[in-house]
Design a protein around this ligand. Structure first.
Ligand code: CP
Length: 360
């Protein structure tokens, strides 16, 4: 299935050279933003945020404004016709006729992909449930490029809610494409990194190990990527409370880290980094959020300049087969083609919207 517009749903849809180009443009914009102040004069960006956001929403909005463009959209679907039962298809079909680019955040995996099937302008995934967050990854890559001067040969610790953390899923997929990166996953057994991400890391030739405590890993890390335990993704409050406060980075643990390790976090934080870490020069999370504006300016510019078409669905619909993930968009919007990719073995299918695997 083809769309005549260029979307960013998953960074894996593009070659590494494309991401590098976006990150390099982000660095160029950071060095001289005024040069780009009128690049999007007359353009409109729509932000459709079905889920709360501070950084992603506002950094996209300021990015478009700083490029000379204008913004429309909603940040509370209850104030839009979504509250009357309008589907993603209808909402995005309409809004994409009001805007030149559409930025969408949604609590259900695969929602942005669903939007890209029918939108009449490019769609950018600003986070789809616990699945992916590609523009956070571009932000993270720009942060690493500026602060570590490389995207290769890094030992990266990821800590916290790795099963639900769309930011770490996207970042693992991206960093494993660069040479000699090693991952250390720090989580409880219940919150481990999903198997499909570990398979991608292995297939890309990177390595990983899994540990239970921050203390075991912190001394060997170049980068520590902390994440929030995401209450909103747990089936019950009891399951969340059992995980809450498991990992807290504080000044004492920072003493075990290398002098040039950097601490990243997509934010918001709850209590996983104590405020006394903020003054440590290795704490990079506020700077990271600032870099997000430059890389999103670069992304908007790239997508509006390139004007390429995209292949939106590459797989097949199998009679009677549907995704087993209750938090997949295909189980919420019935009209969507239930498309699966096969890895050669037709008994193991992968949902094209949320990456859930299914044996048939
Ligand atoms: N990092 C991030 O996605 O933050 P928001 O949820 O505030 O957008």
């Amino acid at each position: 299935m083809h769309s005549e517009y260029q979307h960013l749903i998953d960074l894996s849809d593009y070659p590494v050279s494309w991401w590098k180009k976006v990150v390099e443009l982000g660095e160029e914009i950071r060095n001289d933003p005024s040069k780009f102040a009128h690049e999007c004069d007359g353009k409109v960006m729509a932000t459709l945020f079905y889920e709360p956001s501070t950084r992603t929403q506002m950094s996209f909005q300021t990015a478009m404004i700083r490029l000379g463009g204008k913004i429309i959209g909603f940040d509370n679907p209850a104030n839009s016709s979504v509250s009357k039962g309008e589907t993603i298809k209808d909402t995005t079909k309409i809004v994409s006729n009001y805007a030149d680019v559409l930025v969408m955040r949604h609590p259900i995996a695969g929602a942005s992909k669903a939007a890209s099937l029918t939108a009449d302008c490019p769609v950018i995934n600003a986070g789809d449930g616990g699945h992916l967050h590609p523009t956070q990854t571009l932000t993270d890559l720009l942060t690493l490029k500026i602060e570590k001067k490389t995207l290769s040969g890094l030992t990266v610790g990821m800590c916290g809610d790795l099963i639900n953390g769309r930011t770490v899923h996207s970042l693992c997929k991206a960093l494993s494409m660069f040479s000699n990166n090693k991952f250390i996953f720090i989580s409880t057994p219940e919150l481990r990194m999903p198997a499909y991400i570990k398979d991608i890391i292995k297939a890309n030739g990177s390595t990983f190990e899994e540990v239970n405590t921050l203390e075991e890993a912190i001394g060997s890390l170049d980068v520590l990527y902390m994440t929030r335990i995401q209450q909103e993704r747990f089936a019950s409050k009891e399951e969340y409370l059992a995980q809450k406060n498991t990992y807290v980075l504080d000044r004492k643990k920072m003493q075990l880290a290398k002098p040039d390790m950097i601490v990243m976090h997509p934010l918001p934080r709850v209590d996983e980094i104590t405020v006394d870490v903020d003054d440590d020069k290795r704490a990079m999370y506020f700077t990271q959020a600032k870099y997000g504006v430059f890389v999103r300016m670069a992304l908007i510019l790239t997508i509006l300049r390139e004007k390429k078409s995209s292949e939106t669905l590459k797989g097949k619909v199998y009679s009677g087969v549907r995704c087993s993930n209750p938090r997949c968009i295909t189980n919420h919007e019935e009209y969507l083609p239930k498309s699966f990719l096969s890895s050669g073995d037709e008994t193991l299918l992968e949902c094209e919207y949320c990456d859930e695997r299914k044996l048939i």
